[in-house]
Design a protein around this ligand. Sequence first.
Ligand code: NAI
Length: 340
Amino acid sequence: MRAASPITSSRQQVVRAARSQLAIEARKVAVLGAAGGIGQPLSLLLKMNRMISQLALYDIANVAGVAADLSHCNTNTKVTAYTGPEELAEALKGADLVVIPAGVPRKPGMTRDDLFNINAGIVKGLCEAIAVNCPDAVINIISNPVNSTVPICAEVLKKAGAYKPRKVMGVTTLDVVRSNTFVAEANQLDTKEVDVPVIGGHAGETILPLLSQAKPKVEFTAEDAAAMTKKIQNAGTDVVNAKAGTGSATLSMAYAAARMAESVLLGLNGEKDIYECTYTESDVMPGFQYFASKVLLGPGGIEKFQPLPELSEFEQQGLVAMKELLTANIQAGVEFANKA
Ligand code: NAI
């Protein structure tokens, strides 16, 4: 069982595709919000992905220059630019995967919920266009608050009769990437070998790393588990504070989103054993309509949900602690999408 690496070499990807006897398909990926802090490095990483034949970059401003710049990299991915709502349909048509980092990021002192008022409307509008122009695409939502923007996306698609629950995924990969890095560093392990599933949601105490399930197995005292969990939950805020008003995580987020996109595409191409954690509508955790957990990716998007493993006592307490916030976040998204 493994997750795809983001910067898997082109050679490795070719070998994988050949092994599964599937030619690398001509996949179109659209990035909405491509001129932003995440959008630009994410687009660069996607331009390096051999599975992507067309990269459609959409933003409300400044995207033509980003596309012109990227188009000079000598990889076979064709880059096209689309500016403003009148060009959105063209950006989306034929897309196999739509990645959404559009919206405002946090400033020091803000929670992800503080972004709701602006980003909820942005995500709603973009998902309405997806419903019309590429209803079969997999959607990876990065825009915060993910705990609410994923329900917004789902509700918008439901209303339009275009909802494919196995294809709407909130990107929580950065929480996994951070967990893997921090656990590896604390235990002198090779970062590439470490895998820590993260469940729940993507904000504060709803981010619940399952340290008891870390691979390779790592022993934590109760105190160390609590400290490591806090470090992972606060990692995004630490970046916001370090950037001192100029934004939130962009480079590590682009890295994480590129990994998630690569995994989705490998799954679509029929590659076996591609697992990622993602925040999506599911029955994995009774009482939560939307929940992040580990899933198997495949040709239909999410092929299978892994049942939750046996949790440590500390993790069980974490599940209880997140209940109120995650429920409120989900409710806010559902209500927003359905008003008016
Ligand atoms: P940014 O402000 O640098 O870039 C956002 C881009 O979205 C801008 O280029 C802007 O023009 C564009 N945009 C705004 N409205 C749009 C619309 N209606 N259609 C298309 N594009 C539109 O922000 P950054 O740093 O790239 O962050 C983007 C989002 O990602 C934020 O909501 C942030 O909170 C979130 N984020 C999520 C993480 C996660 O783990 N899921 C981690 C880090 C950030």
